[in-house]
Ligand binder design. Structure first.
Ligand SMILES: Nc1nonc1C(=O)N1CCN(Cc2ccccn2)CC1
Length: 252
């Protein structure tokens, strides 16, 4: 999967390119990351990418022209990488608090794309005319304000790349993640057996895989009912899960 990031701070992206599952995926070329600095597309000696806002007010606004040239260059790279740019296979995505809040179900659909061009804003924002002309999808990572779009872009790429086929070391672990089956994750335990007198639940030491699966699911249910009643209300159990839930009701 092809990713191009347009940012005045490309160095920030070593945080995902140099570490962990995503770093390995990029190293193994299971995903590619092109970093594009709009300053390289300016015409003046000061490499200006921002200007004071028309109408006055605080701060600076990112200018349309350098970003337009950076986007057009990113589209060229996407085409060269085999992306169906004209067919919507590699949308321009703008990270901003005004966007649609990112959810796991949105992330689940993204590996179907050939790629994404991620536009990272700074300052007070980006000239609206650039956004209207080029942005196909606006995404927020949550209702809080950061200093720029770089961290949201890394959050988005991390959540998508980890779901690419063969990236997750164990497909099952991806399925057990929170939200993937619509529930929060179950508790996890490892060595030592005794941690300040807190022991590991017996069922996890039993080797009885069916009982372990049932216990983990019921733990997910309890945790979701307690912490995210909104997710619990929307949850639709499988046949097997519905049987286990009957046992939970009989326990209550
Ligand atoms: N929350 C978020 N989820 O995605 N992005 C954010 C986020 O807070 N930011 C900070 C402001 N940046 C620049 C900006 C300023 C004003 C209007 C639009 N853009 C974008 C990225």
């Amino acid at each position: 999967m092809f990713f191009a990031v347009i940012s005045i701070f490309p160095e920030m992206f070593c945080a995902i390119s140099d570490y962990g599952v995503v770093g390995r995926a990029l190293k193994n070329q299971q995903a590619t990351l092109q970093l594009i600095n709009p300053r390289d597309f300016t015409n003046d000696n000061y490499r200006r990418i921002d200007e004071r806002p028309f109408g006055g007010g605080p701060g600076m606004v990112m200018m349309a022209q350098p970003l337009e040239k950076a986007i057009l260059y990113a589209k060229e790279l996407a085409l060269a990488a085999g992306c169906d740019v004209a067919g919507g296979g590699c949308p321009v995505v703008y990270l901003s608090p005004q966007g649609r809040t990112l959810t796991e179900s949105m992330v689940a659909d993204m590996p179907k794309l050939d790629g994404m061009i991620l536009l990272c804003g700074r300052y007070e924002g980006i000239d609206e005319r650039l956004l209207q002309r080029y942005v196909e999808l606006e995404i927020s990572i949550g209702d809080y304000v950061l200093t720029g779009g770089e961290l949201p872009a890394m959050v988005l790429m991390d959540s998508v790349i980890r779901r690419l086929p063969a990236v997750m070391s164990d497909e099952a672990s991806a399925q057990q993640d929170s939200f993937v089956d619509g529930l929060l994750d179950c508790p996890h335990y490892t060595k030592p057996l005794d941690f300040h007198g807190d022991m590991v639940p017996e069922v996890l030491l039993s080797g009885h895989h069916a009982n372990i699966a049932k216990w983990r699911f019921l733990q997910q249910v309890k945790r979701t009912q307690l912490r995210r009643p909104d997710l619990w209300r929307a949850f639709v159990p499988t046949k097997q899960q519905a049987k286990w839930l009957k046992d939970l009701e009989s326990l209550d």
